[in-house]
Ligand binder design. Structure first.
Ligand SMILES: [Zn+2]
Length: 405
């Protein structure tokens, strides 16, 4: 049998770095014991990580005799990573250290309807402002991670198709690389969130899970055996574009009746405005300051919580569609954990309990017995932190070489 040593090496390195991150300061012998590798192998891997400054040597622990062992720890502040959440409404750029402490955050409107060049110009602008604020030399930055909605060719740095942005075949990483000269790595925004959950969030110890991003649109990321599942053409996870109603409303992707066209924040807001315009009375309009165009999902959930009839109806309809779609996923891939991400995921029990109820009713008997459905605890920076975490993962696995090409 042929063994792919580069994959094993990358896996070992990941294990070593997570042990140091979670249990450091720690010595090499303990790492070897915990990871189950020989001390010479651990020495080779830690030398490599030391050289990249991902870990550092720290003081020697008191010893009961003999040579005190040198301890290793994760380097929190020696380097920074930039994470950019390219959202449909806002571009958010963060600078974080190696343990996900955010040292700077810049947020501006995306104005996604403008041409791609202008939007990319604004992304560059936020990065440049963030770097200016942190006031550390560029050499201390490991790179820039971008989280972008849609289907991407990460290797070429191109956005193949992003319905929310109406972009097709746009070079996103090129202009950013040439401006800053740093490694730039682009990932689908929900996949970035999944990587963030694995490094810093609720999925730290979970091997098979899914992130479902409930925001302006709906996306997902599938992690199987600790690795993102991409699919044969790397387009997996388009959970929001599963057809749930054959004659449903048209979706941004061109199809009709997609989950996203039925239950996303955008779909809910559109439906609320439509029904209110047709004469329904609802507290939703008051919550939106009397402005039909300002109605958003938060107003709808707030109205539902206060007992508003239309609010309750819209929330129950959206949670039903989302629950039906999740029950299908549970039957299909049996994840241990589903983490809800995005603005809508913050809605609390009204959303979570509703989805839970539908999934229990719809999933096949005995399927998904270990499943837990939870809301992310990383908070509103999940996408930006995740995009930055993807870059850490790339550096650990490939020494940053792949992201420089
Ligand atoms: Zn669609």
């Amino acid at each position: 049998m042929r063994v792919d040593h580069s994959v094993i090496n990358a896996m070992n390195k990941r294990n070593v770095i997570s042990i140091i991150r979670e249990q450091g300061p720690i010595n090499k012998a303990e790492i070897a014991r915990l990871v189950g590798l020989s001390i010479p192998t651990i020495m080779r891997l830690t030398d490599e990580l030391l050289e990249k400054n991902l870990i550092r040597e720290t003081g020697k622990r008191e010893s009961t005799g003999g040579k005190p062992p040198l301890l290793l720890e994760f380097t929190p502040d020696s380097h920074f990573i930039i994470g950019v959440d390219i959202g449909t409404t806002h571009i958010k750029t963060i600078v974080m250290n190696m343990v996900a402490d955010i040292v700077c955050r810049i947020e501006i409107p995306t104005l996604a309807a403008e041409q791609s060049g202008k939007v990319i110009g604004r992304i560059v602008e936020t990065i440049s402002q963030a770097i200016g604020k942190v006031n550390a030399p560029l050499s201390r930055y490991l790179g820039i991670g971008l989280g972008m909605p849609g289907l991407l060719d990460a290797g070429c740095g191109r956005v193949l198709f992003s319905p929310a942005f109406k972009w097709e075949n746009v070079d996103l990483t090129g202009p950013i690389k040439s401006r800053f000269g740093l490694p730039v790595y682009m990932t689908n925004v929900t996949r970035a969130m999944a990587v963030g959950e694995k490094w810093f969030g609720l999925a730290k110890d979970v091997e098979n899970f899914m992130c479902i991003n409930l925001g302006y649109g709906i996306g997902s990321a599938i992690v199987i055996n600790n690795r993102l599942y991409g699919g044969s053409s790397d387009s997996s996870g388009e959970f929001g574009h599963m057809t749930l109603e054959k004659n449903g409303p048209q979706c941004s992707c061109g199809n009709h009746g997609c989950l996203e066209a039925l239950a996303s924040a955008n779909a809910m807001s559109k439906k609320a405005a439509f029904l209110i315009e047709r004469g329904e009375t609802s507290a939703i309009l008051d919550l939106a300051g009397g402005e039909m165009t300002q109605i958003n999902a938060k107003h709808i959930f707030d109205a539902a919580r206060s007992g508003d009839r239309l609010g309750k109806e819209l929330v129950s309809e959206a949670t039903e569609y989302i629950g039906i779609a999740i029950s299908g996923i549970v039957n299909l891939i049996d994840p241990e954990l589903i983490i809800l991400e995005g603005g809508v995921a913050n809605a609390g029990p009204i959303l979570l309990d509703g989805i839970q109820r539908i999934v229990e009713r719809r999933q096949m008997k005995y399927a998904g017995r270990k499943l837990r459905i939870v809301a992310s605890e990383i908070g509103e920076d999940a996408a930006a932190i995740g995009a930055a975490a993807v870059l850490i993962g790339e550096l650990v696995d490939h020494g940053g070489n792949r992201s420089k090409t």
